[in-house]
Design a protein around this ligand. Structure first.
Ligand code: NAP
Length: 265
């Protein structure tokens, strides 16, 4: 299926590793020009050159643009650099490092502020900076990577449980406000995907429950109807579809990609 993305431009936040990197690869494989962004410059540059080699045959171009999502002016500058480099912006993938884990009693005022800034406000700022360009695109797409905490609380991830549903409210409202501009706004809710973040979370679970990391991981796999964690490219395929011309009438939705784990409708 031709996704109709050739020559279009995407900005993917938090894209040097994990789900963001997989999203960037999927979009570049469709012939898009893609800006990948994250804080650590060395990893970011290595990712950009890896993705450029892997997707060159599709006619992609990849540009690394360092940006800390906790720094509001840096977000504006990164979007401006994207448009300066490629002349337009059609697809925004709003991703981030994720809020710190913890239960209510364990979380400090600083943890809350960090999460509000890094998870909620960074998304608002990315969308605000991208909006004039998405309007000009005629086929603007906002894709927010959230979590299945949008559907049901996840034990030990209180900040995600509080803030991700806020992102759903943001996306749902923006789908209505931006529909007249031809912009679709959706969020994709991953279950458990095999990335560095999951390695960190499994290490925490192992320590808290007095089990090995292998056992923690095996328990996660066993709780998923498909019997395993997702591969990042399995989330990215959904993102690429939602970014595409083929998803022109899908907006305001939370698309769960979790191997069938989440019980809620
Ligand atoms: P990951 O593998 O740890 O990658 C995180 C990426 O975010 C890296 O590129 C990192 O690069 C970047 N990043 C972190 N803090 C940043 C900041 N302040 N500014 C800019 N970039 C930043 O994580 P992941 O598993 O792909 O997760 C991505 C998002 O999906 C997170 O919000 C996570 O909570 C959510 N999620 C993941 C899963 C899962 O199973 N993996 C499930 C549900 C939700 P630098 O450190 O160099 O900046």
């Amino acid at each position: 299926m031709d996704l109709g993305l050739t020559g279009r431009v995407a900005f993917v936040a938090a894209a040097s590793k994990g789900l963001g990197k997989a999203a960037a690869r999927a979009l570049a494989s469709e012939g898009m020009k893609v800006v990948v962004s994250a804080r650590g410059e060395e990893t970011l540059r290595a990712t950009a050159s890896e993705l450029a080699s892997a997707t060159r045959a599709a006619g992609s171009e990849i540009e690394p643009v360092p940006c800390d999502l906790l720094d509001a002016p840096a977000i504006e500058a990164a979007i401006a650099r994207t448009v300066a480099r490629f002349g337009r912006l059609d697809v925004l993938v709003a991703n981030g490092g994720g809020p710190r884990p913890g239960t209510f009693s364990a979380l400090s005022e600083d943890d809350w502020r960090h999460a509000i800034d890094g998870t909620l406000l960074s998304t608002v700022r990315l969308i605000r900076a991208a909006l004039p360009h998405l309007r000009a695109s005629g086929q603007g797409r906002v894709l927010v990577i959230t979590s299945t905490s949008t559907k049901e609380p996840i034990a030990g991830l209180l900040l995600s449980n509080v803030l991700r549903p806020g992102l759903v409210g943001l996306c749902k409202t923006l789908a209505k406000e931006l529909g007249p501009d031809g912009i679709t706004v959706n969020n994709v809710a991953p279950g458990s995907f095999d990335t560095d973040r999951m390695v960190t979370l499994h290490a925490r679970i192992a320590q808290a429950q007095g089990i090995s990391e292998e056992e923690a991981r095996a328990r996660t796999d066993a709780a998923i109807p498909l019997g395993r964690m997702g591969r990042p490219e399995e989330l990215a395929a959904t993102l690429a579809f939602l970014a595409s011309a083929r998803a022109s009438y899908v907006s305001g939705q939370t698309i769960v990609v979790d191997g069938g784990r989440t019980g809620a409708y």
